[in-house]
Design a protein around this ligand. Structure first.
Ligand code: ARG
Length: 572
């Protein structure tokens, strides 16, 4: 049950004004600043339509009190032109907790997306290049959005648009032919390939003819020459193996790895359509599409040597996705520095006459900064995902050992992995995605701060009480949930019932942080409740109800963490 929705429904049913819409009433309802003023408040000015608001408030109150929904409230007070609603705590707690315990990990799931396909493109690292922290950002946010849309009933297609095509592969092939060694590359693919690629650039400065050779190699690749194609395939294979190791660690999966190369044979059609619609213009030998907006630079489609670029491949990819998946929304989770690129791509699609260009959405995110960086950066300025994860997991293990709880954890390494990785993912999704992320290991792993471990710890705390109850043979299956009326209990219940609303809100803004913050909100209310009573020592009826509340809460914590790709541990 969503109590605000329910209240809205009751108001509409009982108001004398018969034209009220759900949206209008939802917009009027507010939560008073203080608990003693009620759970919700409704200003009646805009309902009055020429009558006195206080009169309208009085009338609505009486109408609700006489209706079948009267027992939803313990009291309704008219305060001047306002109606203050005090909900029936027993009823709310009883309904909400029972619903959670029945639906478990499916609690709050909706069907609003049924029959609609949403593409979430995320991660999209480049072959033979490091998987850096920006890719992790995309991976974390994209994974969460996939889960969030799935929760809302959408049919989600997860695509990893691998960067596996482009002139750089001509260079890499030249470099490999000169300095490459299969065994060394197989041992440490990304670093080794990066090394010879960097060397190529240094050498090409003194021997510009290398550039021509590289161009010839890419041309050969485009033409499907067997030798260079075999090399390219090798680079793709060894890089993907590395990336997949990372995905496995993070618990991430995809439905499709169709990267840039997948569209290499689909570009002539794009060029033909653009030509046919007279959208291509020449500019310094290149073929471009211009925009009316003077602030939008033209989008290059063909370079002067006739080769296509990144943007052309994205245009081909979008058209392919529309035809193949008939998406309702096509979401790209890519850093904000590429905002202009996507504006151009969507702009060209629109000019081609595709109205669905408006269903393509760029979901950007800011930079990651490392003020207290002690992380090693083996590759110049790039911070590698793997270094960050390793550091976080190692530190987590240290903290657990220091806390003295290591002895009771069955598999310490496994727990440290879940907590350490969860901490990183959590941190990346704690604030609005457009904001820069300030990445501080100490804060991220603070068990008492607003961190992943804090939420996981709250979960483990709850689970430990349930275990203890079980050991003592206490059964709470048939608990009288209506007993959950004390302030701390009721506050917690009120937060738990917001699950669907929070996920909807998060999806409408493509902002996973709303779910992350919700997880923190649940834990704060839970710890307040937990610290205010000794659950196991309460009187048996109350004890059973409180245990049921703990069970429901831990279930919701697990569910929210799961939505942002973070796992839980039973003990920590
Ligand atoms: N591979 C690109 C990079 O690492 C990101 C690709 C983003 N997706 C897209 N459809 N252009 O910067």
């Amino acid at each position: 049950m969503d109590i605000k929705n329910k209240l809205t429904e009751i108001i509409i049913k009982n108001a004398s004004e018969k034209t009220l819409t759900e949206e209008f009433v939802q917009g009027l309802i507010s939560v008073p600043p203080e608990e003693k003023l009620g759970d919700f408040s409704l200003p009646c000015f805009r309902l009055a339509k020429g009558r006195k608001p206080v009169e309208v408030a009085e009338e609505l109150k009486n109408s609700i009190a006489a209706s079948e929904d009267a027992d939803f409230f313990s009291e309704i007070k008219v305060v001047g032109p306002y109606l203050n609603f005090y909900l029936n705590r027993s009823k709310i707690s009883g309904t909400v907790v029972a619903e959670i315990l029945k639906d478990r990990e499916n609690y709050g799931r909706l069907k609003e997306g049924e029959g609609k396909k949403i593409i979430v493109e995320y991660s999209s690292p480049n072959i033979a290049k490091p998987f850096h922290i920006g890719h992790l950002c995309s991976t974390a946010i994209g994974n969460s959005l996939s889960r969030i849309y799935d929760f809302l009933g959408y049919d989600v297609v997860r695509i990893n648009h691998i960067g596996d095509w482009g002139t750089q592969f001509g260079k890499l092939i030249s470099a490999y032919k000169r300095w490459g060694n299969r065994e060394t590359v197989e041992k440490d693919p990304i670093n080794e390939l990066l090394k010879i690629y960097v060397k190529f650039h240094a050498e090409a400065k003194e021997h510009p003819e290398l550039e021509d050779e590289a161009r010839r190699n890419f041309k050969l690749l485009e033409e499907g020459d067997s030798e260079v194609t075999a090399l390219w395939k090798f680079f793709v294979e060894v890089s993907l193996k590395e990336f997949n190791r990372m995905y496995k660690l993070l618990g991430i999966s995809f439905d499709s790895y169709a990267g840039e190369s997948f569209y290499s044979d689909k570009m002539p059609e794009i060029v033909a359509i653009l030509r046919e619609k007279s959208l291509l213009e020449e500019s310094d030998g290149a073929q471009v599409v211009r925009f009316e907006d003077p602030n939008m630079p033209p989008c290059i489609i063909l370079k002067s040597d006739g080769s296509t670029i990144y943007a052309t491949r994205d245009i081909a990819a979008a058209l392919y996705r529309k035809r193949h998946y008939d998406f309702y929304k096509n979401i790209y989770v890519v850093g904000t520095p590429q905002a202009l690129h996507f504006k151009q791509v969507f702009g060209v699609l629109k000019k081609m006459g595709y109205e669905w260009a408006d269903d393509c959405v760029h979901v950007g995110f800011g930079y990651v900064r490392f003020p207290d960086r002690v992380l090693s950066t083996r590759n110049g300025d790039v911070v590698l995902l793997e270094d960050v994860i390793n550091e976080s997991v190692a530190k987590t293990k240290e903290i657990i050992i220091e806390n003295g709880t290591a002895g009771q954890i069955e598999n310490l390494d496994e727990a440290a992995n879940i907590i350490g990785i969860g901490a990183v993912l959590f941190e990346f999704q704690k604030n609005g995605r457009e904001r820069d992320i300030v990445f501080e290991l100490s804060k991220m792993l603070d068990f008492e701060g607003e961190s992943g471990p804090y939420v996981q710890y709250s979960y483990a705390r709850g689970r430990s009480v349930l275990r203890k109850a079980n050991e003592l043979g206490i059964d709470y299956k048939n608990a009288n949930l209506k007993l959950l009326t004390e302030d701390q209990e009721y506050q917690l219940v009120k937060i738990l019932q917001k699950m669907s609303q929070q996920v909807l809100d998060s999806a409408s803004k493509n902002e996973p942080y709303i779910v992350t913050r919700y997880a923190i909100e649940i834990c704060k209310a839970f710890n307040k409740f937990y610290n205010s009573t000794n659950v196991l020592k309460s009187e048996p009826d109350v004890r059973a109800a409180r245990l049921a509340l703990i069970d429901a809460t831990t279930s919701c914590i697990k569910e929210t963490l799961n939505l942002i790709g973070v796992g839980v541990v039973e003990k920590m």
